[in-house]
Unconditional design. Structure first.
Length: 403
């Protein structure tokens, strides 16, 4: 499972992921303190997702045609410089909502190239038999970063203020870019002939359309991301509004969420699921996911809230790893950028609207009620995927890795 390229990409992602989590926590509290509005906070958080959703299908085509290593390096470098500019603005006293939104758009554009590049690179630098474990390893970055970033973010925000935390994120991107300089990524072998941008894009779309399991997954995730982003953006305001909670308690709850996800990813890294068991495992954790999300904030007890986050986080880790590995096994190397770019755009297409709408609804409806309704709708959204036999084959990995 471990090799030089996997280690280099993983360690760079770990550093930048910690920086990202600290940045998001600091940014959320800064915006709430600056504006006092959950609606504005939702719009700011959504700003980075809009360009990502719009550009991802086009970016995916270029990912399959360009040097993937240098795409990784340049996207992290640009994001690092952008966040450093935000830091300078914060220290200089001229940081405003338009400046933050502009930075979020630049970061989102870079992510539109970066994310499908990582998804396309992982199968090329790891073996088929270790693909679930390697995907879990990279997911550990996000969950481990969540533990550190969320646990420290609220405390560090109170102790150091937003500018220093912004600086930490900018430097973390630059460290990641430096680490990626030493990665060796196999070149993508394309069929000879003249490059036609939209023809390449259609090729990725045709591949998705030809596999019903991926179509069913796409439709489900498209609606689910909207509902999850609508309710997820309200985690921070809920803790901020409850006088007995606050930034430190928010950090604790988010750290528990991340720790449970980390435990789930570590389980999949150390234990290989028996053949044919993947779909059953997926179905069980789908149920846990829905239960954890639907009941969130229904009780006032901090202990119960933390247990709900733990169940939710563990279930998410299992679902994410199984979906990522199943998709990577199905898609040939020369189509990965196009397919993953399109999937990323479609699955995240309603995320900005969900974030913005969640912030607006919270001005008029209690956050626990929003969590309950969105959780019930999430459960309904999973039903088509669970009942589809082609989706079952996809999750059970009844496909060969195509190069």
């Amino acid at each position: 499972m471990w090799n030089r390229n996997v280690v280099l990409l993983w360690q760079g992602q770990l550093v930048s992921a910690v920086g990202d989590m600290v940045y998001q926590v600091a940014l959320g509290f800064w915006v709430l303190g600056y504006t006092g509005s959950t609606a504005v906070m939702g719009i700011v958080m959504a700003a980075g997702f809009i360009p990502r959703s719009l550009i991802s299908p086009f970016a995916g085509v270029l990912v399959d045609r360009m040097n993937r290593k240098w795409l990784l390096v340049m996207m992290d470098f640009i994001r690092g410089i952008t966040v450093v500019v935000v830091t300078v603005a914060a220290f200089g006293g001229w940081l405003t909502i338009p400046v933050i939104i502009t930075a979020a758009i630049v970061i989102g554009l870079c992510a539109a190239f970066f994310d499908p590049t990582v998804s396309s690179t992982i199968p090329s630098i790891s073996s088929k038999e270790h693909l679930v474990q390697v995907n879990s390893l990279f997911a550990v970055n996000q969950t481990g970063a969540g533990i550190v970033g969320n646990a420290m973010g609220g405390v560090l925000f109170a102790a150091l203020g937003a500018p220093l935390l912004f600086l930490f994120n900018g430097v973390s991107y630059l460290i990641s870019a430096f680490s990626e300089l030493f990665i060796s990524v196999p070149p993508v072998e394309q069929e000879p002939g003249e490059f036609h941008f939209f023809t390449d894009m259609k090729e990725g779309f045709r591949f998705i359309r030809a596999h019903r399991g991926m179509v069913v997954l796409l439709i489900s995730v498209f609606s689910l991301n909207f509902l999850l982003s609508l309710s997820g953006v309200l985690f921070l305001p809920y803790f901020e509004q409850r006088t007995e909670l606050g930034p430190e308690t928010f950090g604790l709850a988010m750290a528990i969420l991340s720790a449970s996800s980390l435990l789930g990813f570590l389980l999949l890294m150390s234990w290989k699921l028996p053949k044919g068991m993947h779909f059953g495992w997926f179905a069980v954790h789908t149920l846990l996911f829905v239960i954890g999300r639907t009941s969130l904030f229904s009780f006032d007890s901090l202990l119960i809230i933390c247990i709900q986050f733990a169940v939710f986080g563990f279930a998410v880790s299992q679902l994410n790893s199984l979906i990522a590995a199943a998709g990577q096994l199905m898609v040939p190397n020369h189509l990965r950028g196009k397919v993953f770019g399109f999937l990323g755009a479609m699955s995240g297409g309603l995320t900005p609207l969900g974030m913005a709408l969640g912030g607006i609804l919270a001005e008029y409806i209690s956050i626990p009620v929003i969590q309950l309704v969105s959780g019930l709708l999430v459960g309904l959204g999973f039903i088509p995927a669970l009942l589809d036999p082609e989706f079952r084959r996809m999750i059970n990995q009844e496909y060969s890795l195509k190069e």
